[in-house]
Design a protein. Sequence first.
Length: 120
Amino acid sequence: MAIVLADTNAIIYFLKGHPIMEPYKEERFGLSEISEIELLGIKNIQKQDLERRTLLIENCILYPFVSEIKSLAIQLKQRTTLKIPDAIIAATTFYFDLILLTADKEFKKVKGLPLILLEF
């Protein structure tokens, strides 16, 4: 199976034990550095939440934000209404040839993006 790049919302559902993430409970996720920032960069985050999120991130495959991803994200921003973090995540998916796991329907706007859309 191809590596799944988990969007920030998928990781949050995973951490909360949401049933929609049950099929992925044994998955080793890929993670964009932008998701790492979103997961850890929370004002007044509780120590327990920070530790839990940090441990999960340490068990993920972390994909770096390289200049080629920046260029792809710029192109995506020029063609879509994606927010900057989402454009970076989509660009990371393309650059590293991954499949994006997300609950964000906005990613459907990106032509050719390999996508697993979590639907409730």
